[in-house]
Design a protein around this ligand. Structure first.
Ligand SMILES: Cc1ncc(C[n+]2csc(CCOP(=O)(O)OP(=O)(O)O)c2C)c(N)n1
Ligand code: SF4
Ligand SMILES: [Mg+2]
Length: 351
């Protein structure tokens, strides 16, 4: 059960990051998900990414909705801020928290049911507003928590565990995020830690709406022949367009690559994304070409993964709204109550 704490003792020689924390300091409670659930692998990747980046856990706010996927923040970053919201409402709660305190790193964790059905409107507005966050959808094509009904991301023609065919068209969260204006869009697979961890690290550094769709098989209800979200199907149809190396702003860049096989993208905060191209002509900064490529591969039955699109000069909601540069709780009474003359001046500016 989630209230069972992990043993406090650990090997004294566990590797430490620059803050002196071990990986254990980024873990949470013992997971209660089914053994083999893809969501647990995503939790492990999140733990690894925050450990690698030396992020102080108290600087992170993790938010979620309802579902097996939305339960996972209990299993990682146990020393961070957390809020488990109502089904599909995580994006607006995250937006509000972000506006109140821009100094935290915001991590939204959701499911395909949570974000593509009941929370679709919420998802859309968080993306179009450019909320500075990492938004992960743990996509298994079903409502796992309520026993495996098809979700809106289940592909047309795919089959449920007992053979029922899904006759409805599916929603592709990646296409939607691109269309809505997300400035960092990626897709990955819970079974590919080598791809997923650097993607999460890069998304944390991105100063804008970063969206990662992670195909995450549900072993209880959607991991059978006929499913397009099973371990076997994703392994067989994975079309990775690039491999990402992520270097935070402070690190020295040493590795050399053959010209032509590499595209470097410098992000707003100075961090460098090194995209080792697996497809020679794939350019993750050309949005139109990306959208075109995704449609072509989708028609061919492939699942495109990697860093699909990035806008290095992304603008986040705070810049668009021209908000104050500090967290609201750091403002003094003088800032908050500037007096009648200031109010009159402000009102005059609106007339
Ligand atoms: C307002 C509301 N409607 C419906 C539900 C029932 N419900 C709980 S979880 C869920 C879907 C979860 O699916 P998903 O987000 O894909 O998460 P998964 O369990 O697959 O990880 C639903 C419909 C609810 N809890 N609240
Ligand atoms: S029901 Fe599916 S999504 Fe939920 S914990 Fe089990 S395997 Fe994971
Ligand atoms: Mg789901």
């Amino acid at each position: 059960m989630t209230y069972i704490a992990k043993p406090r003792l650990h090997h004294p020689e566990l590797p430490k990051n620059k803050l002196g924390f071990t990986r254990r300091d980024y873990e949470g409670s013992v997971s209660t998900l089914c053994a083999g659930c893809g969501h647990d692998s995503i939790s492990a990747a999140i733990i690894q990414a925050f450990f690698d980046l030396d992020v102080p856990p108290h600087r992170v706010a993790k938010l979620s909705g309802i579902g097996c996927s939305s339960k996972t923040p209990t299993y990682f970053l146990g020393n961070s801020h957390g809020f488990n919201s109502v089904h599909g409402r995580m994006p607006s709660v995250l937006t509000g928290a972000n506006l109140a305190n821009r100094e935290l790193i915001y991590l939204g964790v959701s499911g395909d049911g949570d974000s593509a059905s009941i929370g679709l409107g919420q998802f859309a507005h968080a993306m179009r507003r450019g909320v500075n966050m990492v938004y992960i959808v743990e996509n298994n094509g079903v409502y796992g928590l309520t026993k495996g009904q098809f979700s809106a991301t289940a592909d047309k023609g795919s089959k449920a565990k007992r053979g029922a065919v899904n006759n409805e068209g599916s929603i592709d969260m990646v296409t939607l995020a691109l269309e809505l204006g997300a400035t960092f869009v990626a897709r990955s697979f819970s079974g590919d830690k080598d791809q997923l961890v650097p993607l999460i690290r890069a998304a944390i550094a991105h100063q804008g709406a970063a969206f990662i769709d992670v195909i995450s098989p549900c072993v209880a209800f959607n991991n059978h022949p006929g499913s397009t979200k099973s371990y076997d199907f994703v392994r067989e149809h994975n079309d990775a367009v690039n491999r990402l190396d992520f270097m935070p702003a402070r690190s020295e860049i040493t590795t050399e690559y053959a010209p032509g096989a590499l595209r470097e993208v410098v992000q707003h905060d100075g961090s460098v994304l090194r995209l080792r191209k697996l497809h020679e002509d794939y350019d993750a900064t050309d949005k139109l070409a990306v959208m075109n490529y995704l449609q072509q591969r989708k028609a061919a039955g492939e699942i495109v993964t990697g860093l699909l699109y990035v806008h290095p000069e992304a603008e986040d909601l705070h810049r668009l709204l021209n908000t104050v540069a500090v967290a609201l709780n750091a403002l003094s009474e003088k800032d908050l109550v500037p007096g009648a003359a200031a109010l009159e001046k402000f009102n005059a500016s609106l007339r």
